[in-house]
Design a protein around this ligand. Structure first.
Ligand code: ADP
Length: 605
């Protein structure tokens, strides 16, 4: 379709869209779009119907011109009343046309507002039911895209393009039909430049899907190069390799540029041809020449020829709208497919008849778990008991399954087989709100929300008093730091409250203390090398442990020598279990780990 300067981005996108162009994918996308829009389909259909009526009444002036011509140029005397009558019909038709267009847009905007509200509600409800593990694997950018950008794409289609597209189809079809009524040759004349355009367009679109995929891959490479460059910038600069790192980015951009130019150049040439075939002067020239000839042959009257010129002139803008609508449809289809995929993501199953846990004793019973449901288990047959008022430390090499095991208690994931029980009840049988009141967790990648420090601390218990909050921050060894902030507890995180990693973890420990859950899962911080921060976190953790069932993932063995039981995991299985002294005395794997750890600590000093 024609590509003018205005519509250049309609056919030649700046970035390749994330649209897999295969036919089945497109069918799936269209299906998703239809399904998502089905609750408001009567609104959109009414809008389309009214828009069609509006487009048809916009045609009346064309007929009016021919009619006027017949009256004014006819052999008899000009009847003033007849002229006024035609003018009145034309004016009324124009008013009806505008009114219909306005009403159609009103209807589609109502459809759009309802659809947006419905989709946002469905997305938010669904997000609330997804397992926490899903959030660990999904970037906030993806969620934002679905909840905001994708809905925006569907908005354009529903609110605007449906109406515009209806006009763009009905108006020229009605126009050509009217010309057919006048004389079939006029209809042909109005369409005479169209084949040139269609052939060029078909050529332009040949291999479009493959090219898009290639471009998409090129764009992904550029993105990866940017991320790599930005992530590694400190290391790269420190080793004086900035130029070399920059080169890989330049190469990716250069390749993408070549691909893009290779795709765009032939399109631009054809585009010039298509633009010419449908340029207003060309269409007018062809129509006028043909019209004059037809009149000379006595086939049509001059006014009928003029009506043809007017109809022919609306076809280019129609094709432009069609082109934009196709792009909008494609974008909305891709957006709908992403939203549908999000809404299909399995939610955390919720028990129909939830049970109340009796106490806060945690038990893992022959637990096996695999992330992708395959045979490659992250955990295999793990059985373990954590009694109230005790600390259980999980140790083991990286990838042994410590985090996975700990995350099964707050149902980040559900076991593949076996059971995790809290107070004698399978966690899957406990209502989620009850579970989260019983189980708190402090993870390594602490997320503090943008808000005051006090709001962050009170997240689990909004009604906590200032005294209770300060007691928690004091126990978590972070009160003094917060007190020294410009606005104390009212300082805003990320604004005038900037915490180091260790400090942020102590804030999150205080938050867990304040929430006062009887079971706590802690992923001990590793990354904070400064001894002061480390010992502060240790003290904070000991404060948390008092009177609770604590499961701690230990990265520094020195911090858990006093734990009630230490469980050494290896390849997702329990390899050893006992107190520190028992395990050291046993002379097994833990003993070797302990010696290696002590030696490393020794040499670091
Ligand atoms: P640890 O905490 O002991 O370092 P993890 O529990 O993180 O170990 O990992 C146990 C195993 O599960 C590893 O093989 C790891 O690669 C795999 N794993 C961890 N998280 C995921 C995930 N989100 N998706 C798929 N596999 C994972």
């Amino acid at each position: 379709m024609t590509v003018t300067a205005d519509s250049a981005d309609a056919t030649v996108p700046e970035h390749p869209p994330e649209v897999a162009e295969s036919r089945s994918e497109q069918r799936r996308q269209a299906e998703s779009l239809r399904e998502l829009r089905s609750p408001v389909r009567w609104w959109t259909r009414s809008g389309v119907l009214v828009a069609a009526v509006g487009a048809l009444s916009t045609l009346v002036p064309f007929a009016g011109i021919a009619e006027l011509g017949r009256t004014l140029l006819g052999p008899g005397p000009v009847e003033g009343g007849e002229v006024a009558g035609v003018a009145a019909v034309v004016a009324a038709a124009l008013v009806v046309g505008w009114a219909c267009n306005g009403l159609a847009l009103c209807l589609t905007h109502v459809a759009d507002a309802r659809l947006q509200a419905l989709l946002r509600r469905r997305i938010v409800e669904h997000l609330g039911k997804l397992p926490l593990g899903w959030y660990a694997e999904t970037t906030s950018g993806m969620v934002r895209k679905a909840a905001q950008d994708d809905i925006e794409d569907i908005h354009h289609l529903t609110a605007h393009h449906d109406v515009e597209l209806t006009g763009a189809i009905v108006l020229p079809l009605g126009g050509v039909a009217y010309l057919l009524l006048l004389d079939w040759r006029l209809a042909l004349l109005a369409l005479v430049t169209l084949p040139v355009y269609l052939v060029a367009y078909a050529k332009m679109m040949r291999g479009f899907g493959d090219k898009m995929i290639q471009l998409d891959a090129g764009f992904t490479r550029v993105s990866a190069a940017i991320v790599e460059f930005v992530h590694g910038i400190t290391v790269v600069k420190a080793f004086g390799q900035a130029n070399r790192a920059h080169q890989s980015y330049s190469r990716a951009v250069g390749k993408y540029g070549e691909l893009y130019a290779g795709w765009v150049r032939p399109i631009l040439r054809l585009e010039a041809l298509t633009s010419m075939a449908l340029a207003a002067p060309v269409v007018a020239l062809v129509s006028l020449t043909g019209g004059i000839w037809f009149t000379a042959q006595g086939w049509v009257t001059p006014m009928e020829a003029l009506a043809e010129v007017l109809v022919a002139m609306i076809i280019p803008s129609t094709l432009l709208t069609l082109n934009q609508a196709v792009t909008a449809q494609r974008k909305a289809g891709a957006a709908a497919a992403r939203i549908a995929a999000l809404l299909r993501t399995p939610t955390l199953p919720i028990a129909e008849n939830p049970e109340e846990p009796q106490g806060h004793h945690v038990e893992f019973d022959q637990v096996s778990f695999s992330y992708d449901g395959s045979s490659a288990n992250a955990l295999t047959g793990v059985s373990l008991e954590c009694r109230p008022g005790t600390v259980t430390a999980l140790v083991g090499a990286s990838g042994a399954g410590k985090s996975t095991l700990a995350k099964l208690v707050p149902r980040f994931y559900d076991v593949t087989s076996g059971a995790v029980r809290l107070g004698g009840v399978d966690v899957r049988q406990i209502a989620p709100d009850v579970l989260y009141r019983k189980v708190g967790f402090v993870l390594q990648d602490v997320r503090l929300l943008r808000g005051t420090v006090a709001d962050n601390l009170r997240l689990g218990r909004p009604d906590a008093t200032d005294e209770e909050m300060i007691a928690a921050t004091t126990a978590a060894r972070i009160h003094d730091r917060i007190r020294k902030l410009p606005r104390g507890y009212d300082s805003v995180v990320g604004d005038d409250a900037v915490f180091s990693g260790g400090e942020a973890q102590r804030v999150s420990i205080a938050r867990a203390l304040l929430a006062d859950t009887p079971v706590l899962v802690l992923d001990e911080a590793t990354a904070y090398a400064d001894p002061e921060s480390e010992s502060e976190i240790q003290d904070a953790l000991s404060a948390v442990a008092r009177g609770r069932t604590v499961l701690v993932i230990a990265h520094r063995l020195a911090s858990i020598t006093g734990a009630d039981q230490i469980v050494l995991l290896d390849g997702g299985r329990v390899a050893e279990r006992g107190t520190h002294d028992e395990l050291v005395a046993a002379g097994g794997r833990y003993t070797r780990m302990w010696h290696a750890y002590s030696n490393a600590e020794e040499s670091a000093r």
